[in-house]
Design a protein around this ligand. Structure first.
Ligand SMILES: [Ca+2]
Length: 370
């Protein structure tokens, strides 16, 4: 039963991979217009912190940043939330991971929005790309669904970005009083440059050694590839014990956890040197077709690779289920591998999540790039 295993759920204590943070940005004296959390001083036409705040950086406010009411009646409500340590902690050529801590009550929470732009001025002027719950479903939740413990939503990945480009971002939290809290700081980070080297793990051809067979529910298919001629497709059926099944079952559960695996490989990428490792990443296209338009997001996903170190992955990734392919880029450095522990040979990859019965999961175009 290689390819699809029954590992059950092992979600307790796992959170989004931690990473380094971007230094706070000192905006004191910056020419107007000013970013959120700062005011334009009329005399000098430069930005100063709001009244009562004298920190030298754009972060550290205890007020939770700007708060505004979305209705025009009455005074703005008391900030329901404080946004702390908002930063962009890693990036790939097309993706950026943003992270934060939020203080406040779940009962007051409505949604997150992440506003990003390619310059500070564009962000200030609202010339932005907005990632909301329609784009990244986790932004509509205070904590992730389908986890054993409580995993607060403390990060998200923005995708389809330009390589080698600086992105400026600000986090908004919408509350049930109609208010909007904006992060007191702006985070900024560049996406990495387009890589020059790659190792194809799967595009169209059967990647397995001769004689290797997969269960019938997880198969190479020509139905709807993201590119080329073929992809892998998993038809989700769940037994009553919440374990994935390959055949229709008399008693079925609405959801089940399963790791979709492509393994038994020996793909050498030995020339990823120490200097290249920092920007090396695994790229994979994933589509989830929900059954009858029912919600079927993979709230807590796991994208991992297998090397001589065993399985190492990025955990807590939300996999959007809108039927369309999405390209996920996972830095090797965020999986726990290091230049010292990575032996340069890819033995397999897996995508794990709690899947919804009746959904179709598609994987395609798996490539290591550096
Ligand atoms: Ca393909």
């Amino acid at each position: 039963m290689r390819g699809v295993g029954s590992t059950g759920r092992a979600l307790v204590g796992l959170t989004l991979a931690a990473g380094c943070s971007v230094p706070n940005i000192d905006l004191e004296g910056r020419p107007c217009p000013c970013l959120g959390g700062w005011q334009c001083e009329a005399e000098t036409q430069t930005c100063v912190r709001g009244a009562g705040e004298n920190s030298g950086t754009a972060q550290g406010s205890s007020t939770g940043g700007e708060t505004s009411a979305e209705s025009s009646t009455g005074t703005p409500p008391q900030a329901a939330f404080d946004i702390e340590t908002f930063s962009a902690d890693w990036s790939t050529p097309q993706s950026m991971h943003w992270t934060w801590e939020l203080r406040g009550a779940e009962e007051d929470f409505r949604a997150f929005e992440l506003w990003i732009a390619t310059s500070a001025d564009a962000l200030e002027q609202g010339d932005v790309i907005i990632f909301d719950r329609d784009v990244n479903p986790e932004l509509g939740r205070f904590s992730l669904a389908n986890t054993n413990g409580v995993d607060l939503v403390v990060g998200t990945i923005t995708d389809e970005l330009l390589p080698g480009t600086e992105y400026w971002g600000q986090l908004h939290v919408l509350d049930t009083a109609g208010g909007r809290t904006v992060s007191p700081n702006v985070a900024v980070r560049p996406t990495t440059a387009e890589p020059t080297s790659s190792l194809v793990i799967f595009t169209d051809d059967d990647p397995f050694p001769p004689g290797f067979s997969l269960p019938a529910c997880f198969s190479r298919s020509a139905a709807v590839p993201s590119e080329g001629t073929h992809h892998f497709e998993f038809l989700v059926e769940c037994a009553s014990d919440g374990i994935a099944a390959c055949e229709p079952v008399s008693e079925s559960a609405p959801e089940c956890f399963e790791n979709l695996r492509i393994q038994g490989l020996e793909r050498p990428a030995a020339d990823i040197g120490g200097g290249d490792f920092a920007d090396a990443f695994l790229e994979i296209d994933i589509a989830i077709v929900p059954p009858d338009d029912a919600p079927a997001h993979g709230w807590w996903g796991d994208i991992s690779i297998q090397t001589s170190e065993g399985w190492r992955g990025l955990y807590g990734v939300t996999l959007r289920a809108d039927g369309e392919y999405r390209r996920y880029q996972v830095p090797l450095a965020q999986t726990g591998l290091t230049p010292e522990t990575f032996d340069g040979v890819i033995q397999g990859l897996r995508v794990g999540s709690q899947w919804t019965r009746g959904a179709v999961v598609r994987l395609d175009e798996v490539t290591l790039r550096w």
